[in-house]
Design a protein around this ligand. Structure first.
Ligand code: NAD
Length: 350
């Protein structure tokens, strides 16, 4: 099988590429623009494998996408390339509109032209998996779960751009018959996570004795999913999911942001020790504008229909993640001293 992965140098994309290349009989082409979030170091362990290829390109560049499709001739496209950080989308939405909406449109059009020209058997087997987020559903109160039929109600420029791309992907299935599947997933965490996101930022700040910023009162709840569980879910969906269907992916691990930060402090205190409890580093900072209160996923459809289950609980996954950052400073030190030093992003000027 030949799989074209977009955004394969990002956090989730690189976990997926490492999984697929490790399968041995899957040929992988990683098509990635290498924005600030794309990091070839995340692919160091598989970069020289014979079943892995890389093309640097922009999904909004039709010529580059057409060329990659013509040369590689994939049986499936797994589309993860995106601008993904909510705070950056609040600071400026241009890249989010260009990549998440125009880029997804361009990719869908290129995929449609490629797919239409395939022979019948290949056309029948072809799949396009559009990877999206549970943030398209907006915010929950203290009860209830997002299902695949929850109404779209995005709050941030990021989630609005992802919602738009989901609608395009669904329309390309309904209108043109392109065999599209969509997955909407809760917050991921794990190794190789860019340290502007909550969990890696807190791990590294806590290690360096810096303050640990918690937005608002820390009561916002996210449903955490270990990134390798997500990568397995995506691989399951593209091989066995039904075209036209949407699958929610979640880890059954709802935690408030404050609990997440406290757990990381306690794990680090236990593993590396220190003169005082790291919880003392917690500082409450101005909340994110439009901050959704709670996300929680019902992944029952994916579990019942396709047999996927997360393998990590939050407690096992967070220990693995903390240990990975302790063991792999070669990966995060260049980022901390270069492109992103831990500054606050996404405050709206009053
Ligand atoms: P990321 O920001 O870590 O990586 C994005 C990758 O896309 C980078 O390698 C970047 O170079 C590449 N890219 C950006 N613009 C591009 C363009 N125009 N052309 C080609 N490549 C481009 O993102 P992530 O956290 O790995 O998320 C991957 C996907 O999963 C995204 O679609 C995101 O919306 C979705 N998602 C993420 C989460 C999460 O918790 N991280 C949760 C649910 C869904």
């Amino acid at each position: 099988m030949r799989v074209l992965v977009t955004g394969g140098a990002g956090f989730i994309g690189s976990a997926l590429v490492r999984l697929l290349v490790g399968e041995g009989d899957v040929e992988v082409l990683n098509f990635d623009k290498l924005t600030y979030a794309g990091n070839p170091n995340s692919l160091r362990s598989i970069a020289n494998k014979p079943n892995y290829q890389f093309v640097q390109g922009d999904i909004a560049d039709r010529g580059a996408v057409d060329a990659a499709l013509a040369v590689f001739r994939p049986n499936a496209i797994m589309h993860l390339a995106a601008e993904s950080h909510v705070d950056r989308s609040i600071a400026g939405a241009d890249d989010f509109i260009n990549t998440n909406i125009v880029g997804t449109y361009t990719l869908l059009e290129a995929a449609r032209a490629y797919w239409r020209a395939l022979g019948e058997a290949e056309r029948e087997a072809f799949r396009f998996l559009h990877v999206s987020t549970d943030e398209v559903y907006g915010s929950l109160g203290s009860e209830g779960l997002f299902t695949e039929t929850t109404r779209y109600d995005p709050s941030s420029p990021y989630s609005a751009s992802k919602a738009a791309s989901d609608h395009l992907a669904r329309a390309w299935m309904r209108t043109y018959g392109l065999p599209v599947l969509i997955s909407n997933c809760s917050n991921n965490y794990g190794p190789y996570h860019f340290p502007e996101k909550l969990i890696p930022l807190v791990i590294l700040n806590a290690l360096e004795g810096k303050s640990l910023p918690v937005y608002g009162d820390g009561s916002n709840v996210r449903d955490w999913l270990f990134v390798e569980d997500h990568a397995r879910a995506l691989w399951t969906i593209v091989r066995t999911g039904r075209p036209g269907e949407t699958y929610n992916v979640g880890g059954h691990s709802e935690r408030s942001n404050l609990t997440v930060v406290e757990t990381i402090c306690d794990v680090l205190d236990g593993v590396v020790g220190g003169s005082s409890p790291r919880r003392e580093l917690i500082t409450f900072v101005t909340d994110r504008p439009g901050h959704d209160q709670r996300y929680a996923i019902d992944a029952g459809k994916l579990e019942a229909e396709l047999g996927w289950q997360p393998l990590e609980t939050f407690e096992t996954g967070i220990r693995r993640t903390v240990q990975w950052y302790l063991d792999n400073d070669w990966w995060w030190r260049p980022i901390r001293s270069g492109v992103y030093k831990g500054e606050r992003l996404g405050l709206v000027a009053s």
